[in-house]
Design a protein around this ligand. Structure first.
Ligand SMILES: [Zn+2]
Length: 251
């Protein structure tokens, strides 16, 4: 195993060597790195670790990343696509094994959306002192504004597994909305999980998904089931997620 960054270990046999980029630092000064694979003009962002204690999400992202760089299969897309991978958006939270960043802000309530609210809806959903007050939030905004991905896939974990699409209105879609709808339904079907926000059962003011939607970028949050082991995560989630990516990049 070769280590390119403290955030992820790369396997020794790589077909497509990813490029490592520094995005910025966390509150505690930890560098936040991301990778790109491919060199096409169309971009997609796959990320995890916005909530530091959702380790199941980081395991799935790691498995997806390996699939992208160690198999020949995806090579066909690397002329027209660039795939950006942000493995750990909140490294301090991961290190401290907590949802929040080191300032105890829930980064997924800290985005500068129209619905950002200084009062947390529940004590654990701390939005921070101001929209985008946190360096980790600013880093993600810089990444998304720089790459302008056609789609953001954000992997989390939750007690209930679900696919949560947050899509701009159809006329602002940078990609075919009907096709994306179809692929989202197929992803949820293959994962045997429901689609939709009602699964969470709470409001998410200042969420990254809402911010992406306001930027005209479709966002899909995939909630991996909490407290399942590495093997079960890979067995249940990797195949359907790879199929989704394959279909999306192929379209
Ligand atoms: Zn989460």
């Amino acid at each position: 195993m070769e280590t390119l960054s403290h955030t992820i270990e790369l396997p020794s046999k790589i077909h497509h060597f990813p490029t490592h980029h520094n995005l910025g630092n966390s509150v505690l000064g930890t560098p936040i790195g991301y990778f790109t694979v491919g060199h096409g003009s169309k971009q997609i962002l796959i990320m995890s670790g916005l909530h530091g204690d959702e380790f199941e999400a980081q395991i799935l992202l790691d498995a997806i990343f390996r699939e992208l760089i160690t198999t020949q299969h995806f090579a066909r897309y690397f002329e027209s696509w660039t795939i950006a991978i942000l493995p750990v958006a909140n490294p301090d939270g991961a290190h401290l094994r907590q949802r929040w960043n080191a300032n105890l802000v829930d980064l997924n309530r800290n985005f500068p959306t129209k619905d950002w609210n200084p009062a947390p809806l529940k004590p654990r959903y701390t939005p921070g002192p101001a929209p985008a007050s946190e360096p980790e939030t600013k880093n993600i905004i810089t990444l998304i504004k720089g790459h302008r991905p056609i789609l953001v896939l954000d992997i989390h974990s939750f007690q209930t597994s679900a696919v949560l699409p947050c899509l701009p209105s159809k006329n602002r879609f940078p990609c075919d909305g009907d096709l994306l709808d179809h692929l989202i339904k197929r992803l949820a079907h293959n994962l045997h999980v429901p689609i939709g926000d009602e699964v969470l059962g709470y409001e998410t003011a200042g969420g990254k998904h809402t911010w992406c939607q306001e930027q005209g970028i479709p966002e899909i949050t995939l909630e991996v089931k909490r407290n399942i082991n590495h093997q079960e995560i890979v067995e249940r989630y990797l195949g359907p997620t790879i199929l989704f990516l394959d279909d999306f990049l192929h379209a």
